[in-house]
Structure formats: C-alpha cells, structure tokens
Design a protein around this ligand. Structure first.
Ligand code: SF4
Length: 342
C-alpha cells in the first residue's frame, strides 16, 4: 500500500497530538493503576471481545483472588472458571492460566515482544499492548478501535484486516522514546471514547484538523456473516447423587461444565435409547423446555428435558442442585435450566 508524505507527517505528529490529550482525558480504569505485566496481561485478555464496563468488576475480583502469576498458575480449574463466569469465551481463561504456567516455568515474565508472543493465547495485539504498557517497548497494539481511528484520519478504504497489518507496520516507526504505554493507550482511548463506531465526537477530537473523514463513513464494514444455527437436545438428569454434569471437551465453551447434550433434536424414542445407552434404565421425563442461546457466531436452539431417575452411572459427575451455577460455574448457555430444578 502506498502512503503520502502528508500521511507520514501526520503519523509522526501523533505522539505530540495524542499524549497531552490522553493525560487530560483518560478514564480512571482499575488496570491503569500500575504497569505490572501480570495485571496488564489479565486486563488485556479480559478486554478481548468484552466491554470495559463488564470487565471492571471481574478484573478487581479476579486479582483480589489471584494477585500473582503464581497464584493463577496453580489455581484449581473450578475456581478459575468461577472467577471468569460472566465474561464468556472461557477458552481465554484456560489460555491465560497456561500462559501463567509458562511464565512460572520460565522463572519470570518475558520482557520482549517475541517472548510475550510465545505465551498461550497471546497474539500480536495483546503482545504489543503488554510490551508497550508494562515494559515501554515501542511496539504498537492495533485493534479494531485503532484501525477505526486511523482509517478515518487518513481516509483509507482498504478492508480492516489489511489495515490492521498496515498500521501495525506504520506505527512502529513513530513510537516515542518514552511513554510508549501511554501512546498505545491514547490511540485505544480515542477510539473508545471519541472516535466512536457510530456518530464520532469529532468536535472533541485532538486529530480533527488533520482528519480526512470527520464522520463514521469509514472503516469499510465487513460483510455481515450468517450466524450458524445448531439444534441441541439437553439432558438435565436429577439423580439421587445430584445433578449430572460433564465437561465440554471441544468447540465453544471448551473446558466448561455442562448438562449432557447432543447436537440435534431427538425423537421420544431416540431420547429413551440415548438415556439407556448412558446407563439410565428407569427414569421419568418431568418436563421439556425450549430456549435459544446466541453466541457471536453461533445460535443454539435448545430443547431441555428435565428427567428424574434413580440411576447414577459412573460416566457422569454429580453435584448438589443448589451448588450448580454458584460454587460450580456453569456457562449462561446452560444456567437458565437451573431455575427449573424441582
Ligand atoms: S475527527 Fe472524527 S472521525 Fe476523525 S479521527 Fe477524530 S473523531 Fe475520528
């Protein structure tokens, strides 16, 4: 992609334009209290795909319970899932713990961009954010917010994936010698509070005089994707030993507890056959309830069967009904079932 002398001039001026604005206007967020790499890493992983307001409370609770990388590395999985409950995308929590274990095994936090990039669940954006904020390394962190700001500033109509790479390269050369973390955060902050996806507050923008767009006409929107729809039969099995749960071993919600389920709707006969194959011989179907759960790229049309049985085959784990969704973390896709326990 070609760039003009004017684009280069404005890019070089960005630190001088943004750092004073950021110092005056930055929000008071809990992860901005210090530059401890563990705390920055936790915040960046939580903030992926999740709103700042939703993260704040979880972040404080998570760090009160797991204040060090060692504490996270050795945290029991049940407790970790519980602390992550409500943030969704649970694979992030599992990867975060893997990263903590890598850090502990290596004897400390990697202090280079490449070292950070080698941690589980850490991509170019997160590595750039932690490197610049925690270690003041001049590496950019270009997410959707930053692409939005820069594509509007320079009137660039390329697609967002191309721009992400392009601006990562272009910003690298203009990082200030000091305050690298503040520069990274100033771009993010401008995208989050002024250069909003819809109706940007251009009049308040420190880049107004240089901006070629001054509206929400850019970036070019990605074509809308079709959300995949899946039918799901859910077995809520109420046994004398407690309620039967399994652990998801792949796909969405991997590693989380769930009620046993199957990816299609079963006929009454198939339901009986399936329960028999699980080891349940004597059972009564108490009720059947429909529910729809929507993920970003996936929609589950669920049909849950609430089943009372005296059997308790060994292939399941059993938990007291009153602990499920409380001490025992359960993703919201299944948590709605809890209110129908009898
Ligand atoms: S002037 Fe408006 S569109 Fe341009 S960067 Fe600032 S807020 Fe975004």
């Amino acid at each position: 992609m070609n760039y003009s002398i004017e684009e280069q001039r404005v890019l070089c001026a960005l630190p001088d334009l943004l750092l004073p604005w950021y110092a005056k206007n930055k929000r008071d967020l809990p992860w901005r209290a210090d530059t401890d790499p563990y705390r920055i890493l936790v915040s960046e992983i939580m903030l992926q795909q999740t709103r700042v307001e939703a993260v704040k409370e979880h972040y404080v609770r998570f760090l009160a319970s797991l204040p060090t990388v060692n504490a996270l590395a050795s945290c029991p999985k049940e407790k970790l899932m519980k602390l992550w409950e409500g943030l969704g995308y649970y694979s992030r929590a599992l990867n975060l713990q893997k990263a903590a274990q890598q850090i502990v095994a290596a004897g400390g936090f990697p202090k280079t961009y490449e070292g950070l990039l080698s941690l589980a669940g850490v991509g170019t954006y997160t590595a750039g954010a932690v490197a610049s904020i925690a270690f003041s390394i001049p590496v950019p962190a270009v997410d959707g917010n930053v692409v939005r700001v820069l594509s509007r500033l320079f009137g660039n109509r390329e697609n967002q994936d191309v721009l992400r790479k392009y601006y990562t390269d272009r910003l690298t050369g203009v990082y200030p010698k000091e305050n690298c973390g503040d520069f990274t955060q100033s771009l993010m902050e401008l995208g989050a509070t002024v250069c909003l996806p819809r109706s940007p507050k251009c009049i308040l923008c420190p880049l107004f005089a240089h901006c070629l767009t001054k509206s929400d006409a850019l970036p070019m929107r990605k074509p809308k994707y079709e959300r995949k729809k899946v039918d799901l039969t859910v077995f809520v099995l109420l046994t004398p030993k407690g309620v039967a749960l399994t652990t998801r071993d792949n796909g969405v919600l991997k590693g989380m507890k769930q009620f046993p389920n199957e990816e299609r709707f079963l006929s009454v006969q198939e339901l009986t056959e399936r329960l028999n194959s699980f080891g349940f011989e004597n059972f009564t179907v108490l009720s059947e309830r429909p529910h729809r759960h929507i993920f970003t790229h996936l929609e589950w049309n669920m049909k849950a069967f609430f089943i009372k049985t005296n059997d308790a085959p060994l292939s399941f784990s059993y938990y007291p009904a009153e602990t499920i969704g409380k001490e025992i973390a359960l993703p919201s896709a299944f948590r709605w079932c809890v209110e129908f326990f009898d």
